[in-house]
Design a protein around this ligand. Sequence first.
Ligand code: GTP
Ligand code: MG
Ligand code: ZN
Length: 312
Amino acid sequence: MIEPLTGKVLRSIRGHFWVAAGDEVFHCLARDSLIKASKGSTPLTVGDDVRFELVDEANREGIIIEVLPRRTKLSRRVQPSSSEGSGYEDVVAANVDQLVIVASVRQPPLRPGLIDRYLVAAGKGGLDPIICLNKIDLAQPREVEPVVEIYRDLGYPVILTSARSGQGVDELRHHLKDKISVFAGHSGVGKSTLLKQLCPGIEVKVAEVNPKTGRGRHATTAAQLVPLPEGGYVIDTPGIRQFGLWDLTLEDVQTYFVEIAEAARGCRFRDCSHTVEPGCAVRQAVQQGRIHPQRLEHFLRLREESKQARAF
Ligand SMILES: Nc1nc2c(ncn2[C@@H]2O[C@H](COP(=O)(O)OP(=O)(O)OP(=O)(O)O)[C@@H](O)[C@H]2O)c(=O)[nH]1
Ligand SMILES: [Mg+2]
Ligand SMILES: [Zn+2]
C-alpha cells in the first residue's frame, strides 16, 4: 500500500479537484465522509492542503481522504433560497496570506462599501488586506485621491493600477512575491486582466463590461490558484454581485473598523451606539475630520446586519 500524498487544491469544480503535489497535478475526487462531515460549509476549497491516495498512478488520479486544518480562510455568506435560515458559508479560498481587494475607479464604479466589507472579512479570516484600485487610466487622479487617503490613513496598502497600460503592476507584483494572495471584487473590475499582466502567457478569460449597465459579465466562473513567475501564488476568483459576511457578530464589526474601535474607547458610555449619545468620541472624531463619515456609515450598516443575522 502506497503512503498517502500531500498536496494543495488548485481548482475545484463540481466535486472534482486538481491537486498539486511536487511538480505534478492530480485529478481527485473526495471521500464521501469528508463531504458529510462539513455540515453545509465548503468541505474542500482552493488553497486547501489535503492528503490523498493514488487510485491510478499512470493517469494521476486520486481520492482525497483528509483536509488539513485551515490556517486562514476567506468566507462569504450565500443567501438561503427561501426566506428561512441564515444561508450557508462558502469558503472562497483557504490558507491564503493576503486578500487583494480589487476595485475599479470606473466601469464598474467604485463602491467603498464593498471595500469595507472585505476589510472585515479579511480580519475575521486572518488575511492581510491590500487595496488595489484598478482602471486608473479611466479616472483623474483627484477623483481617486480621497479614497486612497481614507485607506492609507488607516494603514492599509493601497495600490493604483491600470491593467491596461501596466501602470502600478510592478508595485502590485512586489507585494505578491512569495505570498499566497486571493483577488476578490466585483465582476469586471479587472482581476483576471491583472493576473494576465502578472503572468505573461497565461490563458484566462476576460470579458468587456456591459456598456449599458456598467456591470461585468462574470467571465471567471471558478476560483483557481496560479503560481507567479517570481514566487508566490495568486487565486483569481469569480466576481461577486454582493458580498455577504458569514457569521458576522457585533464584536467583528467593533473590532475590524479599527479607527472606530480606537475612538470608541473615549465615548462616555461603554455601550455607546455612536448615534445619539452625549459624549460620543466617535462622532466627535467624525466632526473633526479624523474619521471619514462614510466609514461610520458603513460601520452602522454592518452593525445592523450583524444584529439581523443573530435573529435567525
Ligand atoms: N481601461 C481599462 N480596462 C481594463 C483594465 N483592467 C481590465 N480592464 C477591462 O475590463 C474588462 C473586465 O476585465 P476582467 O479582467 O475580465 O475583470 P474580472 O474582474 O476578472 O471580472 P470577472 O471575472 O467577471 O469577475 C475587460 O474588458 C478588460 O479589458 C484597466 O486597468 N483599464
Ligand atoms: Mg475574472
Ligand atoms: Zn460613541
